[in-house]
Design a protein around this ligand. Sequence first.
Ligand SMILES: C[S@@+](CC[C@H](N)C(=O)[O-])C[C@H]1O[C@@H](n2cnc3c(N)ncnc32)[C@H](O)[C@@H]1O
Length: 271
Amino acid sequence: MKKSKKPVIDENGLCLNEYKNNYNNAKVYYERAIGKAPEMETSKAMARQLKKIIKQEDEILDVGCACGHFYRSIKKRVKKNFYYTGVDPYKIFLQKGKIAWKNNKNVKLIRGNIYNLPFRNNEFDISFCSNVFIHLNDIKKPLKEIMRVTKRKIILRTVLFDVSYKIQLVYNKKWWSDVDVSPINEFDDKGSPRAYSYFNILSFDYLTQNIKKIYPNAKIKIIKDDFYKKSNISKSLKNEKRPLATKILANEQVSGCILQPHYFVIIEKKK
Ligand SMILES: C[S@@+](CC[C@H](N)C(=O)[O-])C[C@H]1O[C@@H](n2cnc3c(N)ncnc32)[C@H](O)[C@@H]1O
């Protein structure tokens, strides 16, 4: 793939320089998928939540699956036969994921976007989506889509707080080699960043009221994700060498200088 460094923000507010050209992230996710790198603390915690609800022969969807590395954690803990579909818009992750899972008939990886999921209504028994909502400009359509394709339960993992914050992380080429923006040009004449990714924090009220608006009978349970081992997060930070990788400060997850209180939001679609 030819590497373009001109900043491209797509219609959903994603910085494509980060996703299309980020070989290091793809390598990290691939190594997690094949078991060469340790499981993420998040994928272990997600697998434990899923273990409580997966039934025999269930169809499971992972939205924003990257290389399908969560499948390894789920498979390890759930001793039932289930089918895993991962969906992600970016080839760089899917290509590697397809190599990682080529011999596993219960795994499918499909190209698609949470704003318009390529699936039928209620096609999946359970869907989950980890570390994706934080990067989305708008979450109303993604919520609608994930609830539309799911029959029983949806688990989202994202950053929540009492109030919402709309945060743009601004790239420059000094620390992010995939963009051509000099530090002096980070913002244009209107004060808007040229290359950025969202790292949004949603209020509990905004998220839950929007879920209820789409599906008034939904039952919502919110669980703080403090299931991680601090020492494992510190090891990944050291080994994976990713800028702004998660660290722990005062028992809270932190990226750069932003506190990231993560939660699992478990949505049950009740008739
Ligand atoms: C921070 S990574 C998280 C990967 C994995 N879910 C995890 O928790 O480790 C965000 C993932 O979401 C994907 N993604 C970004 N925008 C998306 C969209 N609009 N629809 C679906 N997936 C998206 C990215 O390609 C990437 O694989």
